[in-house]
Design a protein around this ligand. Structure first.
Ligand code: ZN
Ligand code: ZN
Length: 406
């Protein structure tokens, strides 16, 4: 039975948005056993004591929008990778995410059950991986990356790719069932145009309401949920009416759609840092001119929409959506959100609210007894300065996953 006692630590509780006086946290068998302030309990035998000299301990962070498998922006090079090589690269990135303080990530396109298994078995170091297999795209949708000169359908499930094509109610059902067969914890459906896809407009609506209802029904049958990639009110309204539970991006949403999100108790996962970072790269991102135009369109609106969503009381969850060489910027999403939200709310988006989205309330994102002992030890007070979480190289002292110090 492995035991750990962290002492002389300020405990940050996301639920209340408070940070205690110096206290302690006791871990046994990968779970939080007890916490308190003041004098720590006497350590029993075989307890590792970790005094942290006034540092802050908070729950490990959740990034609810990653693509572990997309480790390069060079699509020509990536086309020559074998699935094995692509997976090794993805798991290496998973290790780096853990060292940035993310102890749980939700993959919304690309990661598979083999990667989740390798991480769960400790074959590779990384966060808990909640995967949704491949996203569903209609022909010509955000996941259809064929050059216009190519007629053949992209060949499909065996190839490392973030999406698969499914058109029509029956095909959507079959694809959804196939992803759930392979252990998907959620189903991602692409319902509006996107930045990286070469042939669709952001304003396009993808998938009919009937197809979306089929996806939602299949997810419900499996006790799972559907999340959608979408930017604008038309696509999001259709998705929410069909019973979708979560929306990714949402940069162009108006107040009526934000109210509908609240009414449905649905979740929104903005991914502002992806646009910031891609815009910085400019032409070096490898994105064609058409994509860079679309990038400007959504980037300019993103922060203001987040502010309105926050005021409206939408369930907001932390996401980054960074690809390839942009991954190191993952925690700087905290700084962007800090511009329009109080620190405590931003921290909840990456802990308690994220846990609720994942159906892991009380299991992750909290210091409550019984939760997985996924913990960060940081220098400084993230409630006073979110820069603490945005700069893991200098501020993050220890990452603890399932009670083990990484
Ligand atoms: Zn997307
Ligand atoms: Zn994405």
């Amino acid at each position: 039975m492995s035991r750990l006692l962290i002492t002389d630590a300020h405990l940050l509780h996301p639920e209340t948005g408070t940070r205690t006086e110096a206290g302690w946290i006791e871990v046994a068998d990968g779970r939080i056993a007890a916490t308190g302030t003041g004098r720590p309990p006497a350590p029993g035998e075989a307890v590792r004591v970790l005094p942290v000299n006034g540092a802050t301990v908070l729950p490990g962070l959740v990034d609810a929008h990653v693509h572990l498998l997309v480790t390069s922006l060079d699509l020509v090079d990536a086309a020559s990778w074998t699935p094995g090589y692509a997976t090794v690269r993805a798991l290496a990135e998973a290790g780096r995410m853990l060292r940035r303080g993310f102890t749980t990530v939700r993959d919304v396109g690309g990661a598979d059950h083999g990667m989740a298994r390798a991480l769960a078995e400790g074959l590779a170091l990384g966060p808990r991986l909640i995967h949704g297999g491949k996203a569903l795209s209609q022909t010509g949708g955000h996941g259809d990356l064929r050059p216009l000169g190519e007629e053949a359908l992209p060949c499909c499930e065996s190839r490392p790719n973030f999406a698969r094509i499914a058109d029509g109610v029956d095909a959507v059902r079959a694809a959804a069932r196939d992803e759930f067969r392979k252990g998907a914890a959620h189903l991602k459906v692409l319902v509006s145009g996107g930045v990286a896809s070469p042939h669709d407009e952001i304003a396009a609506v993808q998938y009919s309401e009937e197809e979306l209802r089929a996806a939602v029904e299949e997810a419900g049958n499996h006790n799972r949920y559907v999340t959608v990639h979408a930017y604008h009110p038309r696509a999001v309204e259709r998705a929410l009416r069909a019973g979708v539970r979560c929306v990714e991006h949402g940069n162009l949403l108006d107040d009526a759609t934000l109210r509908l999100l609240v009414e449905k108790d649905a979740f929104l996962v903005p991914t502002l840092v992806a646009y910031e970072q891609t815009a910085k790269l400019g032409a070096r991102s490898g994105l064609p001119e058409s994509s860079r135009r679309k990038l400007t369109e959504v980037r300019d609106a993103g922060l203001a929409t987040l502010e309105r969503a926050h005021r409206a009381g939408v369930n907001l969850v932390f996401g980054s959506d960074l690809l390839g060489p942009l991954h190191p910027a993952q925690p700087t999403e905290f700084l962007l959100r800090a511009e329009v939200q109080p620190a405590a709310d931003v921290i909840r988006s990456a802990t308690t609210t994220a846990a609720r989205l994942l159906g892991l309330e009380g299991e992750i994102g909290t210091l409550a007894a019984g939760a997985h002992a996924d913990l960060l030890v940081v220098d400084g007070d993230p409630l006073a300065d979110l820069g603490v979480l945005a700069d893991p190289e200098r501020r993050l002292r220890h990452v603890v996953k399932a009670g083990a110090v990484v």
